[in-house]
Design a protein around this ligand. Structure first.
Ligand code: HEC
Length: 179
């Protein structure tokens, strides 16, 4: 009966039998009953898990938690995107502030075409680099930090947002997205 040369090999599956009796049709599983959004999310889930595992390892080594930082970045999205030079959008956001792709260890005020405040430009000219340490001091009070760095006590940063806590995590996240 299980002779593979037989025209009936392989043996009929349950689906075949149901189909012969008119109880099933070829489309019954093709048409998903899930809303489109869900099915998208389910296909993305394994990718997200892989990404999260990949990011977690370097994050702890730096003292900040990149996974937490990614959530914290929700506060930054109102003004910043993270877009790689090849145009890949890593985090969609507004363009009130400069693109933050690769900001860790980048010179302050150096995104081409962005209209920085005078105090940011001055700090950049004086050689300010966004090291992790500088970022952690900048984020809680941008104007104060830039006044100190530029020597211009009246200058105001265009970044009005102050990050009370979680700066280390956001910095770990910003670092982790750069390949
Ligand atoms: C309300 C809008 C706004 C929000 C929210 C905001 N920023 Fe900014 N950010 C700006 C602007 C505008 C500038 C340019 C500042 C200047 O020129 O003085 C800036 C500049 C920066 C810079 C300097 C970049 C460079 O190219 O020199 C960093 C780093 C930065 N922001 C990080 C963050 C992070 C991280 C968050 C979230 C925790 C955040 N910002 C939230 C508007 C914002």
């Amino acid at each position: 009966m299980c002779d593979i040369t037989s025209p009936h090999y392989p043996p009929p599956s349950l689906m075949d039998k149901l189909r012969w009796r008119g109880l099933a049709n070829a489309n019954m599983f093709a048409r998903s009953t899930l809303p489109y959004e869900w099915s998208l999310r389910m296909t993305r889930l394994p990718l997200m898990l892989v990404a999260a595992l990949g990011l977690a390892a370097p994050a702890f080594a730096d003292g900040g938690d990149a996974a937490k930082g990614e959530k914290e970045f929700n506060k930054c999205k109102a003004c910043h995107t993270i877009t790689a030079p090849d145009g890949t959008v890593i985090m969609k956001g507004a363009k009130v502030g400069p693109d933050l792709y690769g900001v860790v260890d980048r010179a302050a005020g150096s995104v081409e075409g962005f209209a920085y405040s005078d105090v940011m430009k001055e700090a950049g000219v004086k050689g300010l680099i966004w090291t992790e340490d500088n970022l952690v001091h900048y984020l809680p009070d941008p104007s104060k930090f830039l006044e100190e760095q530029s020597g211009d006590a009246t200058g105001k940063s265009k970044m009005t947002f102050k990050m009370a806590k979680g700066a280390e995590d956001v910095v770990a996240y910003l670092k982790s997205v750069v390949k």
